[in-house]
Design a protein around this ligand. Structure first.
Ligand code: SAH
Length: 220
């Protein structure tokens, strides 16, 4: 993706408008989410041979055995976050940097952790060129970023077999964690809301399919 010329043509913009219209029809209502998806050239985040696929509502390979999430899924998770401008948001699973860019476009102060060194380096270089002021970290997202906590919002973009307690601990009171939860092929999208007294409330928002979070034995 870093080799790509960053050119956003009228054709790309037109395809993006159609994509966003489709996502609206699938039930996304948050206009700030839809506006961010319409603004960001998703084709920049993909390898050039896949350029024509950038504006289909599908996930796509980004190397290192990972995928850029389906646009609808990005929109769905982002809507569940109920973001406001200026919020401090932690993402687990930087991948291509697309989700992080959507959050930045919506005015969040974004911190994002990637477990795989190759992807981290590729995306760090790319994000510098793209210009969103997203802070990227190489590490194990299970542990979060204790030295930058607490966060208003946390989003996990890989399947979590269990809810990482360190991440719940790093949420502000009133904060929200969105996580695809489950061990099997299919996960349930959970929204976990931290109450003022530190207890949590959990809601389930349907079934999704994500690549699993890598543990300590993840291939670097
Ligand atoms: N949000 C990404 C897509 C995520 S795919 C995007 O917008 O493109 C899941 C990502 O999580 C992969 O890049 C994978 O390497 C990363 N990942 C897996 N386990 C992780 C862990 N324990 N900590 C941080 N990142 C992890």
């Amino acid at each position: 993706m870093t080799q790509l010329e960053m050119i956003d043509t009228y054709r790309h913009k037109g395809l993006r408008k159609q994509l966003v219209e489709g996502i609206r029809q699938k039930g996304i209502r948050d206009e700030s989410v839809l506006a961010a998806l319409e603004k960001i050239p998703r084709h920049y985040f993909m390898d050039s041979s896949f350029l024509e696929f950038a504006y289909q509502d599908k996930p796509f390979p980004i190397g290192s055995g990972q995928t850029i999430s389906q646009p609808f899924t990005v929109a769905f998770q982002t809507e569940l976050l109920q973001m406001k401008k200026g919020m401090k948001v932690l993402e687990i699973g930087t991948g291509s940097g697309y989700q992080a860019s959507v959050l930045a476009e919506m005015g969040a102060r974004v911190y994002s952790i990637e477990r795989q060194r190759k992807l981290y380096q590729k995306t760090k270089e790319f994000m510098t060129r793209l210009g969103y002021p997203v802070k990227l970290f190489l590490g194990d997202g299970y542990l979060g970023l204790p030295s930058f906590a607490p966060f208003d919002r946390i989003i996990i973009t890989a399947a979590a077999p269990e809810i990482p307690q360190p991440l719940v601990d790093q949420l502000k009171p009133g904060g929200i964690l969105v996580v695809p939860h489950g061990k099997d092929d299919i996960q349930h999208m959970l929204r976990i809301i931290k109450n003022a007294d530190g207890t949590t409330k959990e809601e389930s928002h349907g079934a999704f399919r994500f690549v699993p979070l890598l543990g300590d034995l993840g291939n670097d």
